[in-house]
Design a binder for this molecule. Structure first.
Ligand code: PMP
Length: 433
């Protein structure tokens, strides 16, 4: 089939694939990764902070000394050794034997992302409703969309998900909601955290309505203080599927995450995973197991937290000093992201080409909603760029916003048409075509 075009395939795609479109993040990465661009767009941990030599030696030994198992197939659920280690990690957040957590109910996955995909495969039929924070994690939206589910967003404020809005959404879904998908701690993208009082309220509402909770917790251990809220799963034994990952506490390149499922669900979860990937990588599991057994992983998490706290401060200070009046933003107590709300009339998606031309990248808020809202918002990452680059990025962004506001004052709320492929009259920059 040489010379075929996209159109030749359009009618062949399965229904679940037809709604797939390029995500904002994917389209941006190509441009944002150029060295001259300050990227506040990604979500990458600062891997340079790892002791890479020691990790390299450890992985070398994993091949030379343990290669006959680490380079072999494994079992679908993941190795017992790693599942035991995962239980030790979870016990630091209060998810322990006393709350019913056991290695038997842990399923090792290819990152948290596969965990979310498995949950969707298990519970979602086309047309089912998923309740999720608005905004929510773009990768989860992709999973729910591929399952042909309908995402209904539930409002958040600085204290996280709003319980009254959740109650209303559950009632409005009239029994069609399969689960609540939530990132209660250091949320991606909003950077907010569900308060303790609200955690109980949210759990009570879900219990009362028989609504399953999918708790996604990649950032819970990345607190900027000594007080981190306890996960939902540490508060209830049943009714919660807990998803987490080593991507943010160790390294995303290994692609190791896990699901802690209610006992009744675990078997189906393993079957779904086997159908999907046969088994998670024995080598990657071995690397995480060795890392947790022989290296100072708790110290490493502390290192990440310190680096990110410094960078969070750099971002918040720069926003305070440089943003135009009318801009607001969240103040994360952990995690990787700040969520900003632009002054009335600015459109983060429309502004993006000019921002790239000014050599700064962010993710427009629309990527984090299933319904196209979020034009007045953007997500800023502070884990990857060093503090001086963060400040420079905010300076560039503020310049673009000032320009947009000035144009708006002259031309009114609708920006004048721009020539295609041109990044802006007075800021010629990289070709965005
Ligand atoms: N959930 C959330 C909220 C995330 O932000 C991410 C990654 N950015 C994931 C899940 C998936 O992470 P991974 O597959 O790397 O474990």
């Amino acid at each position: 089939m040489t010379g075929t075009t996209q159109d030749d395939y359009t009618d062949r795609y399965a229904r679940r694939v037809r709604g797939m479109t390029t995500s904002e993040i994917r389209a941006l990465f190509a441009v944002a990764s150029r060295p001259e661009v300050v990227s506040l767009a990604g979500g990458s941990p600062y891997i340079a902070a790892l002791p890479l030599d020691a990790v390299g030696e450890m992985m070398g030994r994993l091949a030379t000394e343990l290669g006959t198992t680490s380079l072999q197939y494994g079992i679908g659920q993941g190795t017992m050794e790693l599942r035991e280690r995962i239980c030790e990690v979870m016990s630091l957040s209060g998810i322990d034997a006393a709350t019913g957590a056991s290695p038997d109910d842990v399923v090792v996955t290819v990152g948290g992302q596969q965990g979310l995909d498995l949950v969707a495969r298990l519970f979602l039929d086309p047309g089912d409703v998923v309740l999720a924070e608005g905004p929510t994690y773009v990768g989860a939206l992709g999973v729910f969309q591929a399952a042909q589910a309908q995402v209904r967003h539930v409002a958040m404020d600085a204290d996280g998900l709003v319980p009254a809005a959740l109650e209303e959404a559950v009632v409005a879904a009239a029994g069609r909601a399969k689960f609540l998908y939530t990132i209660p701690t250091y949320q991606n993208p909003a950077g907010v955290t569900l308060t303790d009082a609200r955690r109980e309220e949210v759990l009570d509402i879900c219990e009362r309505h028989g609504l399953l909770v999918v708790e996604d917790d990649p950032y819970g251990m990345l607190s900027f203080s000594d007080e981190a809220p306890r996960p939902l799963r540490s508060r209830r034994r049943e009714g919660i599927i807990y998803v987490s990952t080593f991507s943010k506490t160790f390294a995303p390149g290994l692609r190791v995450g896990w699901v802690l499922a209610p006992h009744a669900v675990r078997e189906k979860l393993v079957m779904a995973s086997e159908a999907n990937i046969l088994c998670p990588s024995a080598f990657a599991q071995g690397a995480v197991t060795q890392y947790l057994s022989t290296m100072p992983w708790r110290e490493q998490i502390k290192t990440y937290r310190e680096i990110y706290r410094e960078r969070r401060d750099a971002l918040l200070d720069a926003l305070r000093d440089l943003m135009p009046a009318g801009t607001t933003w969240t103040r994360p107590e952990g995690g990787l992201f700040v969520w900003a709300t632009l002054p009335e009339g600015l459109d983060s998606k429309a502004m993006m080409p000019r921002a790239i031309a000014a050599r700064v990248a962010y993710v427009p808020g629309t990527g984090f909603y299933a319904d196209g809202t979020g034009r007045q918002n953007l997500r800023l990452n502070f884990s990857f760029p060093p503090p001086d680059r963060i400040r420079e990025g905010v300076r560039r962004l503020a310049g673009v916003m000032e320009q947009e506001l000035a144009m708006r004052a002259v031309f009114g709320p609708t920006p004048p048409p721009r020539r295609r492929g041109h990044a802006g009259a007075d800021t010629p920059g990289p070709d965005l075509a």
